[in-house]
Design a protein around this ligand. Structure first.
Ligand SMILES: [Zn+2]
Length: 391
């Protein structure tokens, strides 16, 4: 994985020192930015817990690459990040943080900042072609334009069109893509971008410590995310293999639903075991040092209780995500085969398959959306499997 510590830009040549783009030989936008001071930190002051991403974007704005990928679940400050970055690129003073253009960027209203709306639907081939046309435009006011495309993991059929643009990047256009994860089938798109992995909020602490759980999260604490144990390696296999096993037979549907729910159960058990370990470490520490802190121990127990309550839903959601990816990958494979052509021009059997796969993904999404209502999980899952069995 390309972390922010080791940014690499394979096959992508940033403008050279003179501000030329050496792959096309065209003049790049004025490179005076390179010598100006870094953009004002004020452009990023609404963002918490993403210092590395902020530092990288601020520095990179002086020698931008053609495409950035903000990688991480939504809600980590993506919008604030790309707007601050856009201000760094589009402000005539390189992101002063005070002028009208900076403000317009932060509000998302600068004419050279285009934010593709995230409708929750897959990016269509037509939308991707629109995007390509937009990317060819000359910036209206600034030296660059910034095009934001959200949730690139849902590009499916549009992926080849996007990829082509990323491989032959328009000179004055900078893409900012976002994704919560990148399925292997979209690895090529990712390889054309400078990937910025966003720091995840802390979910679970492995070490007992004396930190007050109510104190704000430090960036260091935020990077401590749960590490899957080897016992979890094959936990999700039944979800991955489901599409190839599923049959529209009542008894088999019920059995499979039970099997999938067992993985959710297992995931909860594994978390409970990690939690017991955490408390044991804590107690051992107390026993060896003689120091007791009941308040902290109780707080830890309360936090664990909350985590455990959430884990069921999170595990269910993870299973659905894994399942969804298996259908996504089939879609993307078809898309690559037809190289960015509209599904209207596919042979009937293919276009039927595309519809079926898309409806499978929609069914999975709507199941995930229903999870917040504390449904009867077995029934919910059986209803989903029935739909998938007919795909
Ligand atoms: Zn400004």
């Amino acid at each position: 994985m390309t972390g922010i510590g080791s940014p690499i830009m394979p096959n992508m040549q940033p403008p050279d020192d003179a501000g030329h783009h050496d792959r096309t030989g065209h003049m790049a936008a004025p490179s005076s930015l390179e010598k100006s001071p870094l953009p004002s930190p004020a452009l990023f002051d609404k963002i918490t817990g993403q210092q590395k991403a902020v530092d990288l974007l601020r520095a990179s704005s002086r020698r931008p690459v053609h495409a950035y990928l903000l990688l991480g679940p939504s809600g980590l400050g993506q919008r604030e990040l790309w707007r601050g970055f856009a201000a760094s690129m589009l402000c005539p003073q390189g992101g002063c943080g005070k002028c009208e253009w900076c403000m317009k960027c932060l509000q998302g209203t600068h004419p050279d900042l285009t934010e593709m709306e995230n409708t929750g639907l897959a990016l269509s081939v037509d939308e991707a072609h629109d995007l390509v046309r937009m990317a060819q435009r000359t910036p209206l006011l600034a030296s660059w334009q910034v095009l934001v495309v959200q949730d690139i993991a849902r590009a499916y059929l549009a992926a080849p069109v996007l990829l082509k643009t990323l491989e032959e990047p328009p000179l004055r256009t900078i893409f900012v893509l976002t994704a919560d994860s990148v399925p292997p089938s979209l690895a090529t798109i990712r390889s054309r971008c400078l990937t910025i992995e966003l720091a995840l909020p802390r979910l679970h602490r492995h070490q007992h410590d004396t930190e007050d759980p109510t104190t704000p999260h430090t960036p260091q604490a935020q990077s401590r995310v749960p590490v899957a144990s080897p016992a979890e390696d094959h936990l999700w296999d039944p979800w991955i293999s489901l599409p190839s096993r599923i049959e529209p037979v009542g008894s088999s549907i019920a059995t499979m639903a039970d099997e999938l729910l067992a993985t959710v159960e297992k995931s909860v058990t594994l978390l409970a075991a990690r939690q017991a370990e955490e408390i044991k470490e804590y107690d051992d520490h107390e026993a060896s040092t003689g120091a007791t802190n009941r308040t902290l121990r109780n707080r830890t127990l309360e936090r664990q209780h909350r985590e455990l309550r959430r884990e069921r839903t999170l595990a269910f959601r993870k299973g659905l995500l894994v399942l969804r990816q298996t259908y996504e990958e089939q879609l993307i494979e078809i898309a690559h085969h037809y190289d960015g052509k509209s599904p209207d021009s596919f042979p009937p059997s293919r276009s039927y398959r595309v519809k079926a796969l898309t409806s499978a993904i929609d069914a999975i999404d709507s199941t995930a959306a229903q999870l917040i209502r504390n449904p009867n999980e077995a029934l919910l899952l059986q209803a989903l499997l029935l739909k998938l069995a007919n795909v």
